[in-house]
Design a protein around this ligand. Structure first.
Ligand SMILES: *Cc1c(COP(=O)(O)O)cnc(C)c1O
Length: 381
């Protein structure tokens, strides 16, 4: 049985009349840049993520960049982040002229090790860029305590975590800025590139809206050196349709995670063979407690010591997987000037060699999930 890593056509089929109508309405209006669809999208995404303000931007990458620019972060400054993330996290820091300073990850959550962060804070440190990797929020209490103590800005890279919760607070709502991506394969994906920065602070939000439009305020009077980071109306219109379904999709992803857990157990595959991702108790709809945590499973990540051979085997059977991320950022060629070496962040490096993403998209069927686990079982046997 063929199982793709992601099936965006299935999602489109389910929403086609609504999406087509929304797109047509934008064409009828011929209002393509910013405008009412973008304002509606900003309000809806801000409300969804428990924040006061939203600023639609051109991508998740630009959301990170513009948040840094909004704080005037640049040459001579340092920003602490994780080396085990998508390139844009550290790329945006480096593009401002600031220096990305890496701290290793926790092996079970893949998020920053906050007990180590303070050791990396210097007088040059201006911000911490926290990543909520794979849909699980990082431990925000210690981050916020450190930020308060050292007067640092906190930017949440929530590109993979829209709707995730930590102590009942949503991703993006805790730091100074929350950054989302509407890249098509994210949990809330547009029909192209798009993103959003959310903030609780009215002044920061107002400055962001100037910054995304060349720093112009009023027109042709440039207060800051901003850029063209605008969100377009077509993306906003698609997001406005899809946002209504996001909770349903997140529940389906959680159900798939739970199903995988059961299937691995039934197959007798233990953690010494395949390590499954950490799951909060709230993943199970039968859970009635109050852990306050909500994992939205942007990815379902397993670990195997034979990761590459396993991946080849699955690929041979028509099962799509992906490696997020094969090369940690501290050893990327473009960051050689930072002076890091292999061995500096052992957990990030181990994750890079052991982790594999399995299909977890909402439309994945029981039969498909069973086929994935049967195929892994056959490989192990
Ligand atoms: C996808 C992603 C980004 C970048 O978002 P784009 O919209 O593709 O620019 C940044 N950080 C993380 C963690 C991501 O997963």
């Amino acid at each position: 049985m063929k199982v793709p890593l992601l099936d965006l056509k299935a999602q489109y089929r389910a929403l086609q009349p609504e999406i087509d109508a929304a797109v047509k309405a934008v064409f009828e209006s011929q209002y393509f840049i910013l405008g009412p669809e973008v304002v509606a999208c900003e309000e809806a995404v801000a409300a969804y993520s428990q924040t006061a303000h939203g600023c639609g931007v051109s991508s998740g990458t630009d959301a990170l960049l513009i948040a840094l620019m909004n704080e005037g972060i640049g040459p001579g400054d340092e920003v602490i982040t994780t080396p085990y993330t998508f390139f844009a996290t550290a790329g945006s820091i480096a593009r401002t002229g600031a220096r990305p300073v890496f701290v290793d990850i926790e092996p079970d959550t893949y998020n920053l090790r906050f007990d180590q962060v303070e050791a990396y804070i210097t007088p040059q440190t201006k911000a911490i860029m926290v990543v909520h990797l794979y849909g699980l929020m990082a431990d925000m209490d210690p981050v916020m305590a450190l930020a308060e103590k050292h007067k640092l800005i906190v930017i949440e890279d929530a590109a993979q975590a829209i709707g995730a919760e930590y102590k009942r607070r949503r991703a993006g709502s805790i730091g100074d800025y929350g950054c989302f991506s509407f890249f098509p394969s994210k949990n809330l994906g547009g029909a192209g590139d798009g993103g959003m920065v959310v903030s609780q602070d009215a002044d920061k939000a107002e400055k962001l809206k100037t910054m995304r439009n060349h720093g112009m305020q009023p027109k042709y009077y440039n207060r800051f050196i901003g850029g063209n980071f605008r969100l377009d109306a077509l993306q906003a219109a698609v997001i406005n349709v899809k946002l209504k379904y996001l909770d349903e999709w997140s529940r389906a992803r959680q159900a798939n995670a739970l199903r995988y857990q059961q299937l691995f157990e039934d197959a007798g595959i233990g953690p010494e063979q395949i390590e499954l991702p950490w799951m909060p108790p709230s993943t199970d709809p039968a859970y009635t407690g109050d852990c306050g945590c909500r994992h939205i499973f942007n990815q379902f990540i397993i670990r195997s010591k034979q990761r590459d051979a396993l991946r080849d085997h699955l690929m041979g059977q028509g099962i799509g997987t992906e490696i997020y991320y094969p090369v940690p950022l501290h050893v990327q060629e473009c960051f050689a000037y930072l002076g890091y070496a292999p061995g500096d962040f052992p957990e990030s490096e181990r994750a890079a060699t052991e982790t594999l993403a399995l299909p977890i998209y909402p439309e994945l069927t029981d039969e498909q999930a069973a086929a994935v686990v049967a195929c892994i079982r056959a490989f192990l046997a």
